[in-house]
Design a protein around this ligand. Structure first.
Ligand code: GLN
Length: 304
């Protein structure tokens, strides 16, 4: 299929729609991003790649990183991960505190902030040097050794992360955080600050489209069964209180971040990463979602 032509077509169609989204502005590093940038990159499991516009430009992947840390924890602690976090859609915003008290400190799923913080706690117990090990993991998925944290973003996340601190403290009070809070939050704020391009993201997620094996290195990251489960979690929980809408409109498992990135996976076929910084009210990329909806509709390449 001529994906590049399809990308251009959809991009031009969307140009005529007003972008009513707004860039995340809780930290200066995100508020200052040029909001009209746009990139998309598709990689097939056979290794074919298709790019359009700013596909090579790095941006703040934010919550997309929650998939990498979840996979790293899941591959190590296996099903005991479910003693620490649930696996149901939350139906609440990503940084909501409401449910956590009812659920006695157990987050609904690993992709809301509370869940991702618990995963950081698990990694703090499991890994010798969590921040270095997480970075090496992501680098090994892509083969790109320059992928890195942005220390300025990590610092800004820390300075403004009042709700995230509230979440970790509440979970600690219920005994669901084992390590020192500052150490756990240092990992969390750093993973939010990772910068990658659409091309790198699409390649990094490819093992999820390939039954758990990185196609170009042959390395198995997860068993086929755990890969299926990770995709199922992205399908039901990857877009917070908009997971139903993303499923309905796009029909692929995926994950978003407040930097405006979205990665989606078609098992056995391809991964696609799209970046458009203006966000809708739920914190997901406004045009990114529209783009993917048009893409899976035109190509009929959704899982439904
Ligand atoms: N840094 C953001 C936060 O912790 C990440 C949220 C997101 O991308 N949805 O609030």
């Amino acid at each position: 299929m001529h994906y590049e032509t399809i990308f251009q077509e959809i991009y031009h169609e969307l140009q005529s729609i007003e972008n009513i989204g707004r860039v995340a502005d809780y930290i200066p590093e995100l508020a200052d991003v040029n909001p009209d940038q746009f990139g998309v990159h598709l990689t097939t499991v056979e290794g074919d790649e298709f790019s359009f516009a700013d596909a090579e430009k790095r941006f703040s992947i934010q919550s997309i990183a929650k998939v990498f840390t979840f996979v790293l924890a899941y591959s190590r602690v296996k099903s005991s991960i479910w003693d620490r976090t649930g696996l149901e859609p939350a139906g609440t915003p990503f940084n909501s505190l409401v449910q956590l008290e009812y659920d006695q400190g157990t987050p609904r799923n690993p992709f809301i902030n509370a869940g991702a913080i618990v995963i950081c706690d698990i990694l703090a117990s499991e890994l010798a040097s969590p921040k270095e090990n997480i970075l090496s993991f992501i680098r090994s998925l892509t083969g790109v050794n320059t992928i890195n944290y942005n220390p300025m973003v990590a610092l800004s996340e820390k300075k403004t992360g009042f709700r995230n601190h509230a979440l970790v403290n509440l979970m600690k009070s219920f005994g669901n955080i084992r390590n020192d809070i500052d150490m756990v939050m240092d990992i969390y704020f750093h993973i939010c600050s990772i910068e990658m391009s659409c091309r790198e993201l699409s390649k990094a997620f490819l093992f999820l489209a390939n039954n758990g094996v990185v196609p170009y290195s042959g390395e198995r990251i997860l068993s086929a069964s755990r890969t299926k489960r990770t995709n199922a979690l992205m399908q039901t929980c990857g877009f917070y209180d908009e997971a139903g809408e993303f499923s309905f409109k796009v029909g692929l498992p995926g994950k978003s971040g407040v930097g405006g990135g979205i990665v989606a996976v078609h098992p056995e076929k391809y991964t696609i990463a799209v970046w458009s910084p203006r966000l809708n009210k739920k914190g997901n990329s406004y045009k990114g979602m529209l783009f993917l909806e048009e893409f899976t509709t035109k190509t009929r390449l959704s899982i439904f």
